[in-house]
Design a binder for this molecule. Structure first.
Ligand SMILES: C[S@@+](CC[C@H](N)C(=O)[O-])C[C@H]1O[C@@H](n2cnc3c(N)ncnc32)[C@H](O)[C@@H]1O
Length: 307
């Protein structure tokens, strides 16, 4: 079962108001969406997106009691402007992005996200897309694969893993998650410590298959564009690559004073301007981490559109 992370913190920073219009770009199991739907009351509107059709089926069931105020759409949050326009939504009072994968996706061996459960090497959140993790592993040249593992997984043994993949795929193509988890384990010469050695390799492939970093950049732009002045954007990320993108995006729109060579200073910043509400990322309490270990790596940042 998927538990919504940082649920109280999301409500605090998003501060949904009765009658407001909100966009949840990652409805997943509908945990956050249910709390928002309750808070906005019958006059409010919640546009809830997910690129995973199976997540939408679950979310629809969870949100059933607030059905009239919710619109669920299968879409990437990168395309939220088009989804909003098609749903007759022009401006919103808040945008929530709780990115990454859900426990429902991770726990289903058939989706191929987990090195703990054997399944097909798939990893697509949107199963309508063509490219799978197996396609990448079986076709990328060694250098390209090493780059991917380094860039998206920050994997220190990227070259060795890529070399071994290329050697072994000439015997038989990669089709199962267990094949890849076993290969990485052999490169590392066994398991050391709490973290499975295939963690970063799986993260890297998942990010590449789903174009996650590009989608995040587009989603942040689109979300800020949809916000009405005074509206808020709340983003929860689960690893440093994502958090860095969110932090920089907010900082660039918050702007800063820059010294001029001729003396004096000028204000530089991207528009529309925002006020960053969370100077440091908000993290889950120890109590929440005990109940939900996934919460340990969650970082929440929030910003308010100024005009
Ligand atoms: C961490 S879960 C969200 C959980 C949700 N907040 C809840 O309370 O149940 C992330 C969800 O975002 C979806 N997702 C990830 N990237 C997406 C994207 N670019 N566009 C739309 N949905 C995306 C995944 O399919 C997954 O269902």
């Amino acid at each position: 079962m998927h538990r919504a992370v940082l649920a109280n913190e999301v409500m605090h920073w998003l501060a949904p108001r009765r009658g407001g219009v909100y966009l949840d770009g990652t409805v997943g199991g509908g945990g956050h969406a249910g709390v928002i739907a309750e808070a906005i009351g019958p006059e409010g509107r919640l546009l809830a997106l997910d690129q995973d059709a199976e997540a939408l089926v679950r979310a629809r069931a969870v949100l059933g009691q607030w059905e009239k105020r919710c619109t669920l759409v299968q879409s990437s949050f990168a395309d939220m402007a088009a989804a909003a326009a098609a749903s007759g939504v022009e401006k919103v009072d808040g945008v929530l992005l709780d990115i990454g994968i859900s426990s429902n996706q991770l726990d289903d061996p058939g989706r191929g996200f987990s090195f703990m459960r054997d399944g097909p090497l798939d990893m697509r959140m949107d199963r309508g897309k063509a490219l799978t993790a197996a396609d990448l592993l079986n076709t990328l040249p060694e250098g390209g694969l090493a780059d991917l593992l380094r860039r998206y997984g920050e994997e220190p043994r990227a070259r060795a893993i890529a070399r071994r993949v290329v050697q072994e795929r000439s015997q038989a193509p990669f089709v199962r998650t267990a094949q890849l988890a076993d290969l990485v384990m052999r490169v590392y010469g066994g398991r050391r410590g709490r973290i499975h050695p295939a963690t970063q390799t799986f993260q890297a492939l998942r990010i590449a298959v789903n174009g996650e970093l590009e989608a995040l950049e587009k989603g942040l732009e689109a979300g800020l564009g949809l916000l009405a002045p005074g509206g808020r954007m709340v983003v929860i990320s689960f690893h440093s690559l994502e958090d860095r993108i969110v932090k920089h995006f907010f900082a660039e729109h918050q702007g800063r004073w820059e010294s001029l060579p001729e003396g004096g200073q000028k204000w530089v910043g991207l528009t529309p301007p925002v006020e960053v509400l969370t100077r440091r990322p908000v993290m889950a309490s120890e109590e929440e981490c005990q109940m939900n270990p996934r919460a340990r790596s969650a970082k929440l940042r929030a910003a308010e559109r100024k005009d």
